[in-house]
Design a protein around this ligand. Structure first.
Ligand SMILES: NC(=O)C1=CN([C@@H]2O[C@H](COP(=O)(O)OP(=O)(O)OC[C@H]3O[C@@H](n4cnc5c(N)ncnc54)[C@H](O)[C@@H]3O)[C@@H](O)[C@H]2O)[C@H](O)CC1
Ligand SMILES: [K+]
Length: 571
């Protein structure tokens, strides 16, 4: 599923209208149809009736008209005719779209208010008003600005509403009590929003939120930044957001993702392949995306005559005296995800204490002498060990030590295989600062797995700034540095050097627990060892990590009781 910014959506709209010749009013009509359909589904669910029959929107119409016990219009009268003179093979069915109203009780039970802004989002809302009226609901249009201020397609819809005599009121002039509504459609602001809602939009949004009535937002909740997910308060809290044509990025990034309710992306006549053809590179990470965009064999099949060497050998340089567990978690996760062999390199003084921690692991001593902490001299030992390994993962529980920048630079420049850097390895990278420009570019893949704080240090900006636009910061860093970057957190972002990027959909807040990131490092390293490329390993690893966290939450009966080791076991 592709995701777009407001600007990308405008370009796709323009292309569809100007180059393909599909009129804007057609797109608006389809948009309004789709939203009306979702409103009726909501009504039907609430009344316990199926709504199989009232299906609008071009994709449904082409699917034909089902006859069902529906709320609202009785879609079709069906006549079976046998054809002239009972000639065999000439029989058939005649179906008509005769919309018998849903009955008097429907009008009493369902009174929907359509809040209409003065842009095309409002225009969509006016189409919704018309379709819901035709479906037999009681509808009142609430103009937030004088209707004469509407322009273009929105003005055309305004005139149709007037011609049909659908009740309208002007907010601020006429009395309005939304608490009496059975539902509200938010068609105030869409992708054309600039900054926080101004008056009188702000007051109406507050009233709508305070009404306690289910809200269905058109395209994006009004007040939400469609690109970043930033809330420009007051922002509509929607029960359902009907997103038009393509998923808007802001709907999958928090806090925006938390205000949109269920998000339904509806076809409105824009060819689905247009986003790809026009170079959109951001997608929601789903099983389908893993298969279609990343060509990942999600079944992770094994060859019958495989052996340990077939599935790669990971070297994990991680763990120190007070944080040995981080290394153990990363190493165990690399095993559990299917690596053939995993060697865990620890400071020499620590080795006796971790023997047997996980019998499946091979252990190696580095950082000779010392008290269980790493030192700059251990680069030689690690490079020696890494020569015979397929992947090197560095960082979990590493700690900081004198000369660590030079130490990491040697691993970066002298190890020829894929490199996964996490935790303190990222802090060392960040402390290299401008010196990083002088580090020799790597021919093999680099995967960085920062949490927002580590990302902030890599960029030299406040963490809040990273979180304000996670997707853009991750993509920018990956593209300019030529690395694959996993920006962890709710809805983890995977950004690839070629500009492609994915937003993950698996996982839950219970995974914000010590060691969960170490596990992800091991998973990604293990997938690289099994031959996946950096984009595949990062995306599949993040997806599996989240899915395993969900499984672990089910086993523990609550997300909050999941700990990192559970995620490994659930893999
Ligand atoms: N995706 C599609 O293919 C289609 C989308 N459609 C709908 O069109 C809107 C975008 O419409 P646009 O006219 O560009 O902007 P808006 O309606 O979102 O609002 C702009 C409108 O509101 C005023 N405004 C902007 N910011 C603020 C603010 N902070 N406070 C108050 N007022 C503000 C501005 O002056 C404009 O007048 C899209 O979301 C879809 O719903 C098409 O209808 C169908 C095709
Ligand atoms: K809206």
């Amino acid at each position: 599923m592709y995701m777009v910014t407001a600007e990308e959506m405008r370009q796709l709209d323009r292309y569809t209208i100007d180059r393909l010749g599909i009129p804007a009013l057609t797109l608006m009509e389809n948009a309004g149809c789709a939203v009306a359909d979702e409103v009726l589904k909501l009504c039907a669910e609430r009344s316990g009736k199926s709504n199989g029959g009232f299906s609008v929107g071009t994709s449904d119409l082409t699917r034909g008209i089902e006859r069902a016990e529906v709320l609202g219009p009785q879609w079709a009268e069906e006549v079976t005719h046998t054809g002239p003179g009972d000639i065999p093979g000439h029989g058939g069915v005649i179906r008509t779209e005769s919309w018998s109203q849903g009955g008097h009780d429907l009008r009493e039970r369902e009174h929907w208010y359509i809040l209409v802004g003065k842009g095309n989002n409002g225009g969509d809302g006016l189409v919704v008003a018309r379709h819901l009226t035709d479906a037999g609901l009681r509808v009142t249009v609430v103009y937030v600005e004088p209707p004469e201020t509407l322009r273009g397609e929105a003005a055309a819809q305004r005139d149709i509403i007037a011609a049909l005599g659908i009740p309208v009121i002007l907010y601020g002039r006429d009395t309005l009590d939304l608490r009496g509504a059975s539902g509200i459609v938010d068609a105030l602001l869409g992708t054309g929003t600039q900054g926080p809602p101004r008056e009188p939009y702000a007051s109406l949004i507050r009233e709508a939120n305070a009404s306690g009535v289910p809200l269905v937002s058109v395209d994006v909740p009004s007040g939400l930044d469609a690109d970043t997910g930033t809330l420009h308060e007051p922002c509509i809290r929607a029960r359902v957001t009907v997103c038009l044509a393509y998923l808007k990025r802001g709907l999958v990034q928090y806090p925006g993702a938390g205000t949109a309710g269920d998000v339904v992306v509806r076809y409105i006549g824009i060819p689905p392949g247009l986003a790809r053809e026009c170079g959109v590179q951001l997608r929601l990470l789903t099983r389908d995306t893993l298969r279609a965009a990343l060509d990942v064999d999600v079944s992770r099949s094994r060859v019958p005559d495989g052996h340990k060497g077939t599935y790669g050998h990971v070297l994990v340089a991680a763990g120190s005296l007070r944080m040995s567990g981080a290394g153990l978690l990363a190493a165990r996760a690399a095993l559990r995800i299917g690596s053939g062999l995993v060697t865990w390199a620890v400071p020499e003084a620590l080795l006796p204490r971790v023997i047997g921690a996980a019998p499946e692991l091979m252990l190696a001593a580095a950082a000779a002498g010392g008290d269980g902490e790493w030192n700059a001299d251990s680069a030689d030992e690690l490079l020696q060990l890494a020569q015979a390994r397929d992947v090197l993962a560095v960082g979990p529980g590493l700690g900081r030590f004198a000369g660590d920048t030079g130490w990491l630079r040697r691993l970066w420049e002298e190890y020829g295989g894929p490199l996964v850097l996490d935790a303190d390895a990222l802090n060392i990278l960040a402390s290299a600062g401008p010196e990083l420009e002088a580090w020799k570019p790597r021919s093999a893949a680099v995967v960085l797995t920062p949490h927002p704080g580590e990302m902030a240090r890599l960029l030299g900006i406040p963490t809040a700034e990273v979180q304000r636009d996670r997707i853009t910061h991750a993509r920018e860093y990956a593209r300019t540095r030529g690395v694959t970057l996993v920006l962890k957190g709710a809805r983890t972002v995977i950004a690839c050097p070629d500009g492609t990027a994915y937003v993950n959909t698996t996982g839950h807040a219970g995974m914000a627990t010590g060691g969960a990131g170490d596990v992800l490092t091991g998973i990604i390293a293990g997938l690289l060892a099994q031959g996946l490329n950096a984009s595949q390993a990062a995306a599949f690893g993040v997806y599996l990590h989240g899915a395993a966290g969900e499984t672990a939450a089910r086993h523990r009966q609550h997300p909050a009781s999941v700990i990192a080791g559970d995620i490994i076991e659930a893999l």
